[in-house]
Design a protein around this ligand. Structure first.
Ligand code: FAD
Ligand code: DLZ
Ligand code: SF4
Length: 524
């Protein structure tokens, strides 16, 4: 039965929808709307998120609710500790419907498959009207992505990215050509770190009393989850996120491009923007950031390769993985084209490994709930690929440990980009590399028990034999691939004895790996 018009509209806002420009708020009036925000047990525990990730989301939610109330909105906020908390979104919306008897529930579609499935049941479960609005914080609609992807065998980001450049006009000159003549300047963005590289400190935001209250809550309720709360300094409000963005555009964007793939032990941020947590929560608008980057280039404050690289990560990769996720779900979750079956090694959780590169990336992950892209891809991801770790375990790990991790962005990066589990729809070849690559792009090897120059046997960098073990066991599939197939000529030239040394060395190393207890990622 339709409700009378004097009943309010109930607007549930999820934890990663923290913007006043949300489609469900646009055009609403304050006296006619009740905003519902819900801290719920199911979201906090469906995987055992890093402690900083829960603290960040709850603190940002509470600050956003306060900002809305100060602006005159009516906000119904359920805290995790409320005795009647139903523990999940559907139960909390049901309780709110009893409290407010709304004429309409208006919600923006959830970012994740799991939650979207639940929300799609609301119209059947609840008596009143329910509308589910498109999340227009993304530049590309799903219909656009699906149309672009239709009839393509492979879905390369590069071609999608050019469409997004044309759609937004970012770095496109008046004649329709890309600024500077090229669409992509990645070849200029592969500088190894140089000695004494000076990296400006990124701003950190000391917890205020609201954040401290959340930190205490997380410590009490989730203190056995992975990671530490010490040094929590993420932006939790739009204002803080803007300050973080200002600092990036003032101090780091210049070197962002050239050192994008560099890694330095103990330097956790380098020249990265460190803005993913704020963008994904809704505190920063991705298009606005790209426009600011373009302005920096047009005004001569930042070089084109840095600005193009930054814009590509956002309107290219970020938009692309989101379209890819919805295009490939739900089977992407179960994809395992390389039939990888090994358990995740325990050291991914403890950091206890002699491999200096992995140890540093895991330490940064534990301390900051963050590691930068090339660490996620070419160290942590490369190892998981070469060692044949089962995709579901790797997916869970990435979803737990990073403060910016939501399944729509984590899953394509893990299943398709690092593990090639989709069989090559996303990546034209597996991102497999030996110790050579890490040695070239970082200073890790200088402080490692192993040597990147030693190929097999005692003291050899494990990435070296693992690389050939991987190539050998996937020969049938990869030999046909024109981007990687030629490597087999090198393998064949080695001769059987040398090949055996590589394979034995890899197997001896793999035998030392202790599988992690699954309880690290999910409550059994
Ligand atoms: P910067 O290096 O400054 O890049 C600028 C922005 O570009 C980022 O803030 C982010 O919004 C976007 N971006 C860059 N690369 C990607 C990408 N591959 N996919 C989507 N967006 C991108 N990013 C997440 O936001 N959440 C995740 O759960 C996540 N999981 C990842 C898992 C793996 C295996 C890999 C290889 C990458 C993953 N990324 C993820 C992408 C990337 O590593 C992070 O976005 C980045 O490290 C965040 O730090 P930053 O803000 O300093 O990024
Ligand atoms: C990740 C997360 C966590 C830990 N907790 C909550 C929560 O209690 N309430 C909430 O609204 N959102 C939370 N989130 C973010 C949601 O998981 C995210 O909004 C959905 O997964 C998007 O589909
Ligand atoms: Fe990593 Fe190998 Fe270098 Fe050690 S030698 S830091 S394991 S790449």
């Amino acid at each position: 039965m339709p409700r009378p018009n004097d009943q309010p509209v109930l607007v549930p806002i999820l934890g990663d929808q923290l913007t006043r420009d949300l489609a469900s708020l646009r055009g609403r009036t304050k006296d006619d709307t009740v905003i519902l925000m819900m801290e719920v047990w199911d979201e906090a525990t469906y995987v055992r998120h890093h402690q900083q990730k829960i603290a960040l989301i709850f603190s940002a939610m509470r600050h956003f609710a306060a900002e809305l109330r100060n602006a005159g909105w009516s906000v119904d906020y359920t805290e995790l500790g409320d005795p009647d908390n139903a523990g999940n979104f559907t139960g909390e919306v049901a309780r709110a419907i009893e409290r407010h008897d709304p004429r309409l529930v208006s919600v923006v579609e959830a970012g994740e498959w799991r939650v979207r499935q639940d929300i799609e049941q609301w119209a059947d479960k609840f008596a009143g009207d329910v509308e589910i609005l498109r999340d227009d914080r993304f530049i590309c609609t799903q219909a656009e992505f699906d149309e672009w992807a239709q009839d393509r065998k492979t879905l390369r980001m590069e071609f999608f990215y050019r469409e997004m450049r044309r759609k937004t006009g970012l770095l496109v000159d008046e004649d329709g050509q890309p600024a500077g003549g090229e669409w992509n300047y990645d070849s200029e963005n592969r500088k190894p770190p140089k000695e004494g590289l000076a990296v400006p400190e990124r701003p950190r935001f000391a917890p205020d009393s609201m954040t401290q209250e959340v930190i205490d809550l997380v410590s009490e309720r989730f203190g056995d989850h992975f990671g530490t709360l010490d040094g929590f300094g993420w932006p939790v409000t739009r204002n803080e996120a803007e300050q973080a963005a200002d600092a990036f555009f003032a101090e780091r964007i210049e070197c962002f491009g050239p050192y994008q793939d560099a890694m330095v032990a103990g330097e956790d941020d380098l020249f990265h923007s460190m803005l993913s947590t704020s963008i994904n929560l809704g505190l920063l608008d991705p298009l606005d950031l790209c426009q600011r980057a373009e302005q920096a280039y047009r005004e001569g404050r930042a070089p084109l390769n840095s600005v193009e690289g930054f814009i590509r990560q956002i309107i290219g990769w970020r938009e692309y993985v989101r379209g890819f996720y919805w295009h490939q779900m739900p089977h992407l979750q179960r994809a395992n084209a390389l039939d990888a079956r090994r358990g995740l090694p325990e050291f991914y959780w403890t950091g206890e490994t002699e491999m200096a590169c992995l140890a540093d990336c895991i330490r940064s992950t534990r301390d900051n709930a963050h590691a930068h892209h090339i660490q996620r891809l070419m160290v942590l991801g490369n190892f998981a690929l070469l060692a044949g770790i089962e995709p579901r375990a790797v997916q869970d790990w990435y979803l737990v440990v990073y403060a910016d991790a939501y399944e729509w962005v984590e899953l394509p990066n893990v299943a398709a980009m690092i593990l090639y589990a989709d069989g090559g729809k996303l990546a034209s070849k597996p991102y497999a590399a030996s110790g050579n690559y890490i040695n070239k792009m970082s200073n890790y090897c200088a402080g490692c028990t192993y040597s990147p120059h030693k190929k097999t046997g005692d003291g050899a960098c494990p990435f070296n034999p693992l690389y050939w073990h991987f190539m050998d066991r996937h020969r049938e599939r990869l030999e046909q691939n024109h981007r990687i197939g030629r490597i087999y000529a090198t393998w064949d030239r080695m001769g059987e004895d040398r090949q055996r040394e590589y394979l034995d060395s890899a197997e001896a190393f793999l035998d030392t790996l202790v599988p992690a207890h699954p309880g690290w990622a999910r409550t059994p």
